[in-house]
Design a protein around this ligand. Sequence first.
Ligand SMILES: [Zn+2]
Length: 156
Amino acid sequence: MVNMKFIADNMLAKLAKYLRATGYNCIYPPPRKLQEIKRLTENESRIFLTRSKKYNKLLPQEKLHIIQSDNFSQQFREIFSKFNLELREEKMFSLCLLCNEPVKPVDKEEIKEQLPEMTIKLYSEFYICPKCHRIYWYGGHTKRMKEKINSIITRK
Ligand SMILES: [Zn+2]
């Protein structure tokens, strides 16, 4: 499903980051109060991802997924197959990896002071997070992350 949203439990930071990289909204760190987690799973139809079996007793089954593996690649693959997530080009890197906000296109002129000259020369499209103001572009780091994502998801 394309519009799935998640909350990732503590210790699942890397999983949360990679879900965001593929365009899936994922709250991390999770709210401290169980009430708030419950509220978000109901009001925003989010799934709570956790390694802890104790939540079997605390949240309704359909709002919960207990992750089996402690290995990141396996976790990522598990979530993709369990929820029928799709890798979509237009969704990739549409969310800030740090704060889960949708990034917005930004004019090169506005941000050129903040980046190395070489980066400004080499790339033409830039995106900015409205919350933390981090700037994104499709550079080497992004390409490597995308390759990693592809290899994890397509591995049998
Ligand atoms: Zn941000």
